[in-house]
Design a protein. Structure first.
Length: 112
């Protein structure tokens, strides 16, 4: 999975950073599915890889533009660059193209 993500993102990021985003992707999918007992890496490997690539592209400036990267704003005269915080990156969530390939979330109903 690690080598595929490196090839897809064409990045020189450390393995530790990629593993961090893999873990975040797995957690995000488990949270969406509302099922923390499943092995997401085995059941939905393509979705984990794609979401990890998405998070890496958002967290790094590999896209090279303000719209697609983690850059909030750039001012050329003062040479100032403002980046998104981790909280803002977490609010991005899972793209609809990945959600469409996942099953509907588990709903638990409590009977009184």
């Amino acid at each position: 999975m690690l080598e595929l993500i490196k090839k897809l993102t064409n990045t020189k990021v450390d393995d530790e950073v990629i593993n961090f985003y893999i873990a975040n992707s797995i957690s995000a999918i488990k949270s969406y599915l509302n099922d923390y007992t499943i092995n997401v890496s085995e059941l939905y490997p393509n979705e984990v890889v794609e979401l990890t690539c998405y998070y890496l592209n958002k967290a790094t400036m590999s896209q090279g533009s303000v719209e697609n990267g983690a850059v909030k704003s750039i001012s050329s005269a003062g040479r100032s660059v403002t980046f998104m915080s981790f909280d803002e990156l977490n609010e991005i969530g899972i793209p609809k193209s990945i959600l469409a390939r996942l099953p509907k979330p588990k709903i638990t109903v409590k009977v009184w």
